[in-house]
Design a binder for this molecule. Structure first.
Ligand code: GYE
Length: 325
């Protein structure tokens, strides 16, 4: 099961190496006005965000918009796909038609991008993959990826459960099915705690769907005593369902989540969550650096891994209040 990721990494390294050569060869990405941008000094970036489904996504969008500014030399076109792949594909095609200098996108799911990625590749516009991963047959489809290691996040959650509740009867709230974080968090948590999982259902990374999935799980698995949720929002939906069923979240049913947005960490301080793995969405500044380096023809890393920590109930209210998101 490790192989696809390793293969993706290798492909990315090769893509970056090749891309550097081709950028150097053509002297820029804009087809030749020589200043690295098609519109005066500003670099034109088309950014396809996948949606606004969670606190994480909102914080990520804020970070991207705060960093990709005219003051920082960027003319940003930002399009929200509302968690629909067809909207993202349309936005990407529009970016090609508009001859952007750089395209960045965060893919809602891993597969289904081959055709549009080939079209972008044929246009010569460099691609930065943001946050989530793609699974594509198109070679050298993107120059570089920036985001967290979702497998490590699943591992951190699994190791904490193994150490603290080795006999837990687990229900897993999965993110959007087929998305990179759902696939990798599930796989790497499952490698450690798989034998303890009673059942799984997707809550599509949203609070409302997390609540609905949890309501059903409480009926189907009355013995469950720990929830592993792929994000804070679904965990918060689960809290509502558990309380409505007359049980105490954090006590009768332990809750382990990923993201560490403010609402999630507040639930930890309040004793409703038990452990939260961080997934840091604030990497807009690093994204700007990548955009500028690409347009300048500089060497860039194939992968920029955003580093994450974790929190247990020893976190204080002051620490939560001091967080950026
Ligand atoms: O964990 C979740 C969001 O792709 C890392 O997407 C991101 C995930 C994040 O909806 O809250």
């Amino acid at each position: 099961m490790q192989t696809p990721k390793i293969m993706r990494r290798t492909a990315m390294a090769a893509a970056a190496a090749l891309a550097m050569v081709s950028l150097a060869a053509c002297g820029g990405s804009d087809g030749g006005d020589g200043d690295g941008s098609a519109d005066g000094d500003l670099i034109r970036v088309g950014y396809s965000q996948l949606g606004a489904e969670s606190g994480w996504r909102t914080a990520n969008t804020e970070s991207v918009k705060a960093s990709l500014t005219e003051e920082n030399g960027i003319d940003l076109t930002f399009v929200d796909a509302q968690q629909k792949q067809e909207n993202q594909i349309k936005a990407l095609r529009d970016f090609v038609a508009q001859d952007m200098d750089v395209i960045a996108f965060s893919p809602v799911i891993e597969t289904g991008w081959d055709e549009v990625l080939q079209e972008i590749k044929d246009s010569g516009i460099p691609v930065i993959l943001v946050d989530r991963s793609v699974d594509t047959t198109v070679e050298d489809a993107y120059l570089t990826h920036i985001g967290s290691d979702m497998c490590i996040e699943g591992t951190m959650a699994g190791e904490w459960v193994q150490e603290n509740y080795p006999d837990a009867k687990i229900f897993e709230l999965q993110g959007t099915m087929g998305s990179g974080p759902q696939i990798d968090r599930q796989r790497c948590f499952g490698d450690i705690m798989g034998d303890n999982i009673l059942g799984q259902a997707s809550g599509n990374f949203t609070r409302a769907e997390g609540k609905t999935a949890m309501e059903a799980a409480l009926q189907t698995y009355p013995d469950l005593d720990l929830v592993f949720s792929h994000n804070d929002d679904m965990g918060l939906g689960a809290v509502e369902a558990i309380e409505a069923a007359g049980k105490v979240p954090g006590e009768d049913i332990k809750i382990v989540t990923i993201d560490a947005v403010r609402d999630g960490l507040q639930a930890l301080v309040d004793g409703k969550f038990n452990f939260v793995v961080e997934c840091n969405p604030v990497f807009g500044d690093q994204l700007v650096d990548l955009v500028k380096a690409i347009v300048a023809g500089d060497e860039i890393p194939a992968e920029t891994v955003v580093i994450d920590g974790s929190f247990d109930q020893s976190i204080t209210q002051e620490e939560v209040d001091a967080r950026l998101y």
